[in-house]
Design a protein around this ligand. Sequence first.
Ligand SMILES: *Cc1c(COP(=O)(O)O)cnc(C)c1O
Length: 402
Amino acid sequence: MRESALSGFSVGDALPRLEDAVARRVGLPHAVATARARTGLFLAVRQLVEPGREVVLSPYTIHEVVNMVICAGGVPVFADIDRATCNLDPAAAQAAITESTGAVLATHLHGLAMDLEPMARWCAARGIALIEDAAQAFGARVGGRSVGSFGDAGVFSFGMYKNLTSFLGGMLVTPHQEAADGWRRARSSYPATPFGEILGEMGRAASTDLATWPPLFRPLVFPLFRFGYLRGIGWLNSRVTVESNPLAREGEPREYMVQMRSAQAKVALDRMEGVDEDVAVRIEHARRYQEGLGDLDALLLPPWREDGSHTYSYFPVQFEDREALIRHMMRSGCDVAAQHLRNCADLPCFEAYARDCPQARLTAASTILLPTYPRYGVEDVERNVRAIRCFFGRNPGGAVFS
Ligand SMILES: *Cc1c(COP(=O)(O)O)cnc(C)c1O
């Protein structure tokens, strides 16, 4: 446990303290803790968008985000993404605006923040709400301004795989007093997150921590997953894939309408002071990938920024024959995975909202996530770089192998 300047207060105070700390960090007057980011997205859309109005969003996101828009009374309108950033393409978003548009929902995927200032001005001039899904981008800043602070509502996730985690949890931030009051009122009727759910997440976190613990990972866990992957064994693969069976929802998603517990808020508070350090390590890992892979024309790399706007929760690279590259990586002893996000604009469960989003379709079929998590070793990053270069027939110096 980190020495904390905050230790000493009772756990019962942790929730308002976490809200204050996030509000201060983000630079907004209001922060309201939620059980999950998806709960926050639901509340934001319900508060800011009149029922039946359209919400323009990226189709390259978890399907539950789309469900929250629908459950809150919005009509999702998918606009295509910019392949390099994997984020909403501002021109496509503008083209999708109609007189029925109630909001634009912009996602900062993989910790790569969009510069939302032009979009914020554009939306404000038309009376359209701007909501930021910053679930993967806590800690990212654009021009000194925190993600989540550009529009009318920002949503963070403190879920298990996010860069600030309380196993489950989230935060809504807003410049609007009225919105914050509405969310607090709604929240006051929710029960606390069941202990069983938190324990389940803690169990998963502990088994992931244990599984990725270097003395166990190299000799045992990785060979097992590699075996499963290369032989196509379903139950082993399902341990590392998510969202295998997306379904559409309607109405208020009851199981998400719960509150974060003080004990969870205490966990997030204690970990918050480590966020900047973790982000710095992720950026250094990203630098090594960038320098090692930047000359490979067949790979599409994310933009390289070291100004704090890109926090690289992964280093996502795109390659057309993704399966061949992953197999090669697995055989070379590298633990990389496909990004399993789907193009929601093509999902059968959202057929009613189908749109042709060719960039999202290509991205969903070709993205590989290279690890950047703070415990990941520099030598592992370098092994990944070497293996990818070998796949493309290039040695580390850049020359083609004979
Ligand atoms: C994780 C995630 C969410 C949902 O976060 P929860 O806290 O699990 O509800 C929403 N959007 C994006 C982009 C995410 O990565």
